[in-house]
Design a protein around this ligand. Structure first.
Ligand SMILES: [Zn+2]
Length: 342
């Protein structure tokens, strides 16, 4: 079967691998339909000084697939069913896993496509409990952007930041995959959405997703514009994932008692923070990674209802995926990049 492996930094290779054996107890053989790219794929592809990885490594952290064969003891799934695949290999037995909070698993063996072989391969055996059935109306691409993209944003906005209707939200990098999801999910809740983008051609696209105000951070100081829009008050919630380049500005955009939730640091992992601002303004900062199983269910229910939708930048093949990773690295994308496997 075909697979795409990372063989060294910045070098992907299409290879032939043996298909998986018959699924074991509690496992399912899944035929992968679509893989969605995320910044974690960019990190893995270009190499990270602080993360040791095995190579060669099958890439792809976020995917959908079709159930093919059920192993012994599996119930609740049927062959032919479309599923969204949880992106990390969690233990399934600790308290957090049993309560569906797999992103807090104490015995996680890694993230697929980053520490462990990922989903850019035709078939894979997976524990049934890490497969979330897609409801009618959700297609393979929508299911593919559920586990990392929409699931992460659901967890950030609703579990961590506890976003309320009527609040004002600043979504950093609104043209990114998670940015396009955050604009839609916040708007659907009845919030006022301010977002930043890196080029003028993304302004209308962000508005079309529901953003009320769009700031080109390359031509305007976003923190100044946000203060003007909010009449010097600041926003209730900041959705961060850019990191070093935007952190100080993001904190300046916060109202007293506001919440900032972050799931990434695409521009760098270290930053300085004004602690006096943190405590005097009583700011709340949440680190967020991955999602709960229920976040995936909720995200797909909203997609099935047609109130949010995946925003697709391009579809790529094994041959064109490296160019796509370069474009992501340069922030030259709007929405998700999809690799179709079948
Ligand atoms: Zn666990």
């Amino acid at each position: 079967m075909r697979a795409l492996q990372l063989v060294e930094d910045r070098r992907l290779e299409a290879v032939e691998l043996s298909p998986p054996p018959a699924p074991g107890e509690g496992e399912v053989t899944v035929r992968i339909d679509a893989v969605a790219l995320n910044h974690i794929d960019v990190w893995g592809w270009r190499g990270m000084a602080f993360a040791k990885r095995k190579m060669p490594l099958v890439v792809g952290a976020e995917a959908s697939g079709t159930v093919e064969t059920l192993g012994p003891g599996v119930s609740g799934l049927v062959p032919g069913q479309l599923v969204a695949i949880y992106g990390a290999r969690t233990c399934g037995t600790c308290k957090n896993c049993r309560e569906g909070r797999d992103n807090l698993c104490g015995h996680v063996s890694g993230v697929h496509g980053f520490h462990l072989d990922g989903f850019a391969q035709e078939k894979v055996n997976l524990p049934a409990r890490l497969l979330v059935p897609a409801p009618p109306g959700v297609d393979a691409v929508a299911a593919a952007v559920t586990p990392v993209t929409f699931g992460t944003v659901e967890h950030m906005l609703f579990d961590n930041a506890r976003l309320q209707p009527g609040e004002t939200v600043l979504v950093q990098a609104g043209g990114s995959g998670i940015g396009t999801a955050a604009i839609q999910l916040a708007k659907r809740m009845g919030c006022e959405v301010i977002t930043t983008v890196g080029s003028d051609d993304k302004i209308e696209k962000a508005k079309a997703l529901g953003a009320d105000h769009v700031i080109n951070y390359r031509t305007d100081r976003f923190e100044g514009v946000v203060r003007k829009i909010t009449k010097k008050k600041g926003v209730d919630v900041v959705f961060e994932h850019v990191g070093a380049d935007t952190w100080a500005g993001s904190m300046l955009c916060m109202k007293r008692g506001a919440r900032l939730v972050t799931c990434g640091s695409t521009s760098g992992v270290s930053t300085q923070m004004n602690l006096m601002q943190l405590f005097q303004q009583q700011l709340k900062i949440f680190g967020s990674f991955g999602c709960r199983m229920e976040n995936m269910v909720n995200a797909m229910d909203k997609m099935a209802a047609g109130v949010v939708h995946p925003v697709i930048d391009t579809e790529v093949t094994f041959e064109t995926i490296s160019k796509a990773l370069e474009r992501m690295e340069g922030r030259d994308v709007f929405g998700k990049i999809i690799l179709r496997m079948s």
